[in-house]
Design a protein. Sequence first.
Length: 291
Amino acid sequence: MIGVSPAYFFSRFTTDFCVGQYIQGLQLLSEMGFDSYQLEVFDAARLDEWRTGAAGLAARAEELGLVESQFVAHFLMERTRSLEALSSHGGDDEVAQVVEIVHAFARCKTVTIPIGPFEYGDPGKRDRELYATAWALLGERIAGWASIIESGGLRMAVEIVPSSILPNTDGFMRMMDWISNTTIGYNFDTGHAWSSREPITLIPSKLRGRIYGTHLKDTPIGGGLALVPGEGTIPWPGVLEELLASGYDGSLDLEIVCARREEVESAYRRAKQYVEDVVRNITPDTGRKRA
């Protein structure tokens, strides 16, 4: 399957999008031949709206043959951005509401929570003890949210945003060992990984079986942009080859942020065509390139 991340929706409707605009946005996705799309609540103030509107969105998606690949609880990123936020022990009720919303979408099984860039505050207090405290609090928060999500019959993934307490996939694995967890997965955001200077083609084999979703975007070497795959610096043939070889069989979801609404259709059509062309040259059963 090839789908889109929430960037498609906020590129068309801004980050203040509502459920009705999500429904409106599905028509063009269907016309462009996409298979799936991602759900997202960007602002916690819209949780009640999503709780009442989810059934209508699910029904429209089913009419169009579109599948929900994951739910991104973007608003929870604010709960991980500082020591104060991590110490507040908030978010549990909101996670429970997210689980309720996702239950309206029978085919959606993954809730993704972005781990936001960490704000240390006073530069004079950026010591080892502060980092250790933040690490421990984040681990407790992740484990607690995973428990709520899994008790609802779903699975949790984290998305690592550059400059977060989890700086890369090594940090993710270390955190999973620290909280003794084998079920939390990883949302493979290629732009974030590339911006963090990760050896990006090695990520799929390193996290084999724990990649639960994707945000496929290109970016310059310095990062900061969400471009059409093939229009930046990421080595896409190697990335997609290794992703498929790792056994990943989920949706290949594109994440392109467009400055103007008028650019959205063209950008997503180009991205879809590019990914399809790359994948077409990879042997389906082994994930290796055809000779």
